[in-house]
Design a protein around this ligand. Structure first.
Ligand code: ADP
Ligand code: MG
Ligand code: ZN
Length: 481
């Protein structure tokens, strides 16, 4: 019965811009400062204070628009969105309405089935964030207002209703998140609310072209919750319709503890925002020359990077995706290769030991105690036979902990691979002599015993014997006499 329906989803994403100051005043935007310490007459909404637009906000909006293939409006308008709430001292939010800065773009996602799908972006507009209400559980019954966040610049990125499942919505959201972080316009910190999403969800019978009535799920701030909230909502709407009811247009809140959505306000209680152009702000004029400058400075985006990594370094698509997931990680990989490491080996070490060490230490790539040059040197030492791949794990760990270069560690700890066949032969002779039974078994055709001998030789040489030499010599010696 459920398969008769299809879900239709459109997302409105709020991204906090990583500018040093607010959108219309010079106050700082640092997260977590003492309440109301980052405020001035403009963001407090005091009478007579006038807003002045932060140029960086417009530049960031152009960046986002270009990266998502939008048209950048040569002229856009700030409008007042009127409503009353204690965290909004002016009684209106400055936003954009009829003439937003970016329109008509798209973002490409990969669906569950591995196909690429283009999701339309209807518009991107600039606006200011509101303050924050705190409700301390101290029994006082008071609510407190912190206006540090009031006036923090936001981009609202509105998708077309092109998404057809919770998984597609999450794929789109991840891609958008990755894009704004790559662009350097948002820190992407979802716990701090830097990237949050409203999900509009409706269902309809397959084959139907008209949109169903939608519910809007407000302010979801994790990928997991977006998936849960949308899945719950799709089920709820289908059950409702199947039971003879109808979906009503309303705003709903996702209760993550209970795993369900609850009605917050219906259409009747919806605000009439009485939008009108803000008379305190002039139209935003963006010249072709400015757009060209911003375009020229755009960083390489994940899709382009993945394509280049597979082409120039012959990496698998999967490896390229892991490395390109974060700009800093991709940069680290390229620096390791530039410093002389083979791309495949560099990729493997970075995706394995390096990422594990980062995770264990909780450090970002930029603060890794291991410079890419050191990792490259270590990889070269494996490639030229100075150390074995196994010993390299020890060298890696030492480099990470001490910050020393690979060569110094190899020398200081005597980790050089033993390629001196004389020394390996001596060890082999002693081991064969000490294990005549196993030697006889091998010679009688029990090939598995070979591994036992390799292990013994490695143990005797503390793992430093060249594995190829050990193999070759063991074969010779065991088949002799
Ligand atoms: P509003 O400003 O009232 O939130 P919009 O028309 O701007 O409304 O749409 C907001 C978001 O809702 C967009 O992402 C859009 O794609 C999505 N949307 C609109 N209608 C539907 C629908 N029937 N089902 C699902 N999503 C929808
Ligand atoms: Mg909306
Ligand atoms: Zn201010």
């Amino acid at each position: 019965m459920k398969s008769r329906y299809e879900a239709v989803i459109g997302l409105e994403v709020h991204t906090q811009l990583a500018t040093a100051s607010k959108i219309f005043c010079p106050c700082a935007t640092t997260f977590g400062a003492a309440p109301n310490s980052q405020t001035c007459p403009v963001c407090l909404g005091l009478p007579g204070a006038l807003p002045v637009l932060n140029r960086k906000v417009v530049e960031f909006a152009i960046r986002a628009g270009l990266a998502t293939h939008c048209a950048i409006a040569p002229r856009s308008i700030f409008a007042r969105k009127n409503y009353f709430y204690p965290d909004l001292p002016k009684g209106y939010q400055i936003s954009q309405f009829e003439l937003p800065i970016c329109v008509g773009g798209f973002l490409e996602i990969e669906t569950e089935g591995g196909e690429r799908k283009s999701i339309g972006i209807a518009r991107i507009h600039m606006e200011e964030d509101a303050g924050k209400l705190l409700h301390p559980a101290d029994g006082s019954g008071c609510s407190l207002v912190d206006l540090n966040r009031a006036g923090t610049p936001l981009l609202e990125i509105v998708s077309e209703p092109d998404l057809r499942s919770a998984d597609e919505a999450v794929a789109y959201l991840r891609k958008l998140h990755q894009t704004v972080v790559y662009l350097g316009i948002c820190d992407g910190n979802m716990e701090e609310g830097s990237f949050r999403c409203d999900a509009n969800v409706s269902v309809r019978l397959r084959g139907e072209t008209k949109l169903g009535t939608r519910a809007e799920l407000k302010n979801i701030n994790s990928f997991r919750f977006v998936k849960q909230a949308i899945e719950y909502e799709i089920e709820r709407q289908i059950d409702l319709i199947e039971g003879g009811g109808a979906v009503v247009q309303e705003t709903r809140l996702f209760d993550s503890a209970a795993g369900l959505t609850r009605s917050m306000r219906g259409k009747e209680e919806a605000h009439d925002y009485r939008y009108f152009p803000d008379p305190d702000l002039v139209p935003v004029l963006v010249s072709e020359a400015w757009i060209d400058t911003v375009r020229a400075e755009l960083p390489e985006l994940p899709d382009a990077k993945i394509e280049r990594f597979t082409r120039s370094f012959l990496l698998s698509r999967q490896d390229a995706e892991v490395l390109a997931a974060e700009a800093a990680l991709a940069g680290y990989f390229e620096a390791t290769v530039s410093a002389g490491a083979g791309p495949k080996a560099a990729a493997n070490w970075i995706m394995g030991d390096f990422i594990r060490a980062l995770n264990d230490s909780g450090l970002p790539v930029s603060e890794a105690p291991l410079p890419p040059q050191h990792l490259a040197e270590m990889i070269r030492r494996i490639e030229d036979g100075t150390i074995s791949g196994k010993i390299a794990k020890t060298v890696f760990q030492e480099m990470w902990e001490s910050g020393e270069e690979a060569d110094r560690i190899i020398e200081a700890k005597g980790l050089r691979q033993v390629t001196d066949t004389g020394a390996i032969e001596q060890a082999i002779d002693a081991i064969i002599a000490a294990n005549p039974e196993q030697a006889a078994q091998y010679r009688a055709g029990k090939e598995k015993v070979f591994g036992f001998f390799v292990g013994q030789v490695m143990k005797a040489t503390k793992g430093k014997a060249n594995p190829q030499a050990v193999n070759d010599l063991l074969k010779q010696k065991l088949s002799r006499d």
